[in-house]
Design a protein around this ligand. Sequence first.
Ligand SMILES: Cc1cc2nc3c(=O)[nH]c(=O)nc-3n(C[C@H](O)[C@H](O)[C@H](O)COP(=O)(O)OP(=O)(O)OC[C@H]3O[C@@H](n4cnc5c(N)ncnc54)[C@H](O)[C@@H]3O)c2cc1C
Length: 480
Amino acid sequence: MSTTAARSIEEPARSIPVAAEYDVLVVGGGPSGLTAALAAAEDGLRVGLVESRSFVGGNMTIGLPVLGFLGQKGNQIIDGLPQKFIERLRRERDGASEHRPCPLHMGITLVEPEAVKTVALEMLTEAGVDVLFYTFFAGVVMDGDMIRGITTESKSGRTAMLARVVIDCTGDADVAYRAGVPCEKGNADGGMQPPTLMFCLGGVDTDALRMSIANAPPAARTYLTDFIPAEYFGQNHQFIVVGLRELMAKAKEERGLQIPNERTIIITGLKKGEVWINMTRVKGTDGTDARSLTKGEIEGRAQIDDIVTYLVNYVPGFEKAYFTKTAPFLGIRETRRIVGQYVMTQEDVLACRHFDDAIAVASYPIDIHRPADDGCTLIWCGDCYDIPYRSLVPQKVTNLLVAGRSISATHEAMGAIRVMATCMAMGEAAGRAAKISVRGNRAPAEIDVQELRRQQLERGVYLRNPQGTRASLADLAPAA
Ligand SMILES: Cc1cc2nc3c(=O)[nH]c(=O)nc-3n(C[C@H](O)[C@H](O)[C@H](O)COP(=O)(O)OP(=O)(O)OC[C@H]3O[C@@H](n4cnc5c(N)ncnc54)[C@H](O)[C@@H]3O)c2cc1C
């Protein structure tokens, strides 16, 4: 390996073409970027979306169920655009399940990755969003504390794109970081949740799997699944298994398998006999560093064989299972978080805090795949908590918004707000805030948040009133 980290060269200044000008430019087309672009485009603004990959959907395309639609009391707490997206997936492509209650995850919504890519792109195109694939955000064009646009790298070379408001939905706060917004990474020691290369198996008898758990003798049940009663598996055909710790420990001991995870995590797919495995784990990976990402891909892939050996030889229902594919990329749980106008904390989550500037409601527990060992920390709050608009508004740069997992939150709060239904809800709010900002010629930090909340409610977004039930327009504070 010939790395020359200590050396540097001068890159000569040059003129680059302005490839496009937008009212709102969304960078990153994952769960948050999808809804941000759709909301920003809803009444005719010129909206662009730049995506480094050849498809939209982000982590919704790596075999994960969408979590976060249902709250800890079982009610639906995400509606609006995310719900419309799921309904269309289900209606047109058979590409989504119902929102299924789950004692551990609150609600799981299975989605078919290929359907996600197709339907998301259809919705963006129909909304008039100018989608540009194969294009990597490279840098920012700044004018004092304003972001005038971004530079990109692609097969076309380096170009610039200008916009009145930019929304950073890269998951890594790439745009905010380059624009000089203060950012944090990881926990107090800088440790970040480890990434996972998801993979898919076919030929699994999922009924045999679930009934082996449901029918286990009571004495054996305590160790089978984490927080999910055995009876649940007798009643549900689509599910997530988290646990089987003793089976895995046995397999490791008997076969010397190298599996850097304490828990077996199996997610049923929408297709019969298909399951997605969320078990590789590459500690120490930094998702903002290309070399570290590459190492993560290599190590994640190398872990798959031992995990398959374990599943096929030890877990009921996997006797005839076969490997089919890996996800298109290593799934990154955590990198940068911006420091915004408000930093969400663990206390906010656990106190089920209300905020006057709430733009979305969440309920997923704090769920941290611990950076330094093979375990996981889970803490529930018992109900819902609000996401304040101020956590989407960065410090220092006036016309930038951030949505998705890199909003302004501590490591612990991010462990709760990072799930995809919540990210879609944040994206929708950011897109609508950007639209209000452009229409009103006011910086995102200066917009009337009660007007944003009013528009959110009018478009079917779920917000809470002070009593903790679904808010209506009558619950809003008068516009400033
Ligand atoms: C292994 C794993 C398991 C998880 N399990 C679940 C689960 O079961 N359910 C759940 O709901 N959530 C789960 N999560 C969390 C969830 O997937 C993420 O937190 C969520 O997808 C974040 O959404 P986002 O829009 O912020 O970013 P992402 O989904 O990461 O999307 C970011 C998008 O931006 C693009 N992009 C990034 N950088 C650039 C750039 N520089 N230029 C151009 N484009 C760029 C990417 O290609 C991508 O399309 C899991 C995450 C991981 C990694």
